[in-house]
Design a protein around this ligand. Structure first.
Ligand code: BG6
Length: 463
């Protein structure tokens, strides 16, 4: 039996930032590419239908979408319901606006503190009947609040109807991690502790917290991108092959990775804050929230035991780029007597802003000496031109496909990993904007490893 396709789309927080930056462009993309033709109902506390339409048009213009046809259809499909999240009357009005729709998809683009009243009222007004729900990250603030939130959502929605969105999973290069690993056979023999000496993931952002000070000062880098995006990347890199094609087969293996990672200890983590952060609007003048983190993870599995996984993420760093670097062990003997001990082999997965998969190797430099140079062999190198992640993910949720959404157990396992350091709050180190974070970050590296700083852009591969 094919799954039911949702026949209406409702988004709470319709006048908010997320709707403006992501949801309207995603809906226009779905209208253009998939003929998405259902009522689209925005819910918010203020405004009216005309102002929402103006915002939708401004959103598409800001996203560079100049397709007049999809904008016209989006505006024609748009409806508006105004009111308070704790007023059940508003939800009855929503149910009336839903008309004949029997399987609405509700998107909670609102802070988690507002989830409970919205979910209760969706239930009381029958808007939740045969419905699906998408919830935005951050899904909780720590392990205890994530569990409470899961319980709240589960009071009304069953797990197959819950879509916890992590837009990283909708990114093409992130999906390609899974594809590249399991559609090829040559990686498997070396994808283990005998050949891999360490793995590092860097998510560098050259921009600062900008106008998100109030949000960011309640979150910090660990909650904002490590607990979700980067631990999802870790699980895709380290998981065993799924035992079948079903979305659950992959989600089971991803959960096992997160479940086998040791909870972080304060000594595994260095937190940084860029100079000037405390003057940002919305940030406490004595804030100790991190805008940078470097940390070291350990997996307790037969395959990965003893291989450190380093994560580094931060704002106001020198470049904007996300990369995974898998370092391979040195050959057992140095056969060639080179002046400099060469860097080892590596695999690089560049995830943003462009996509590349490459192998770092040594090749002999022409000449009499048996001396070489580093070369990088690109398996794939392209600019990111795919569908935006939110378009992909909303489309999947509409069809009931949970493959690219975070499951309850994985979300809680990821919180379990970071929970001890969220509560222990290791010391904060100031760093200069445009640097690679505090010098103390070097202290979490083991075995003589060093950080590999991603370049702003990759050199074009030789044609
Ligand atoms: C978001 C974080 O989830 O991801 C932001 O809240 C971060 O702080 C962003 O900048 C990064 O995602 P992307 O897709 O823009 O690289």
């Amino acid at each position: 039996m094919s799954p039911v396709v949702s026949d209406a789309f409702v988004f709470f927080g319709a006048t908010g930032d997320l709707a403006f930056k992501q949801i309207f462009p995603a809906l226009a993309g779905l209208i253009r590419d998939e003929g998405f033709d259902v009522p689209i109902i925005g819910v918010a506390r203020s405004g009216d239908l005309d102002s929402l339409k103006a915002r939708a048009a401004a959103s598409l213009a800001a996203a560079g979408n100049t397709d007049k046809a999809s904008l016209g259809k989006l505006l024609a499909q748009l409806r508006y319901v105004k009111g308070d999240d704790d007023d059940v009357e508003m939800f009855h009005a929503l149910r009336r606006e839903l008309g004949d729709a029997a399987h609405p998809l509700h998107y909670l683009a609102i802070p988690p503190s507002l989830f409970a009243p919205v979910i209760d009222n969706l239930d009381k007004s029958a808007c939740a009947r045969d419905a699906r729900i998408i919830v935005e990250k951050p899904f909780g603030r720590d392990l205890a609040s994530a569990r409470a939130l899961n319980a709240t959502v589960h009071r009304v929605f069953a797990e197959p109807s819950i879509f916890r969105i992590d837009h990283y999973l909708g990114k093409e290069p992130v999906q390609n991690l899974l594809y590249f690993r399991f559609a090829n056979s040559f990686l498997e023999p070396i994808w283990r502790h005998e050949y891999v000496s360490s793995i590092q993931i860097t998510m560098a952002e050259a921009f600062d917290v900008a106008d998100r000070g109030a949000f960011f000062d309640q979150a910090g880098t660990i909650r904002d991108v490590v607990q979700n995006h980067l631990l999802q990347v870790v699980s895709l890199l380290m998981m065993e092959a799924p035992s079948g094609r079903s979305p659950e087969a992959s989600r089971n293996q991803k959960f096992k990775v997160l479940d086998s990672i040791r909870p972080l200890r304060p000594e595994d983590v260095v937190r940084g804050q860029y100079r000037g952060y405390r003057s940002v609007v919305g940030v406490a003048p004595d804030s100790t929230m991190e805008t940078f983190v470097a940390l070291r993870l350990h997996l307790d599995t037969w395959r990965w035991g003893g291989v450190p996984i380093y994560i580094r993420a931060g704002k106001a760093l020198p470049v904007t780029a996300t990369e995974v670097l898998v370092e391979l062990r040195q050959p057992p003997q140095m056969v060639f007597h080179e002046d400099e001990p060469p860097d080892g082999n590596f695999l690089r997965f560049r995830l943003t802003p462009d996509m590349a998969i490459s192998v770092g190797a040594r090749a002999k430099r022409p000449g009499e000496a048996m001396a070489g140079e580093a070369v990088e062999l690109f398996a794939r190198h392209q600019s990111g031109s795919e569908h935006p992640p939110y378009q992909r993910l909303i489309g999947d949720a509409r069809r009931g496909d949970q493959g690219l959404f975070a499951r309850e157990d994985s979300v809680e396992a990821a919180w379990r990993i970071v929970d001890p350091v969220l509560h222990a709050q290791p010391p904060i180190h100031e760093y200069v904007r445009g640097s690679w974070g505090p010098a103390a970050a070097a202290g979490i590296l083991a075995n003589g490893d060093h950080w590999h700083d991603p370049a702003a852009s990759l050199p074009a591969p030789a044609s």
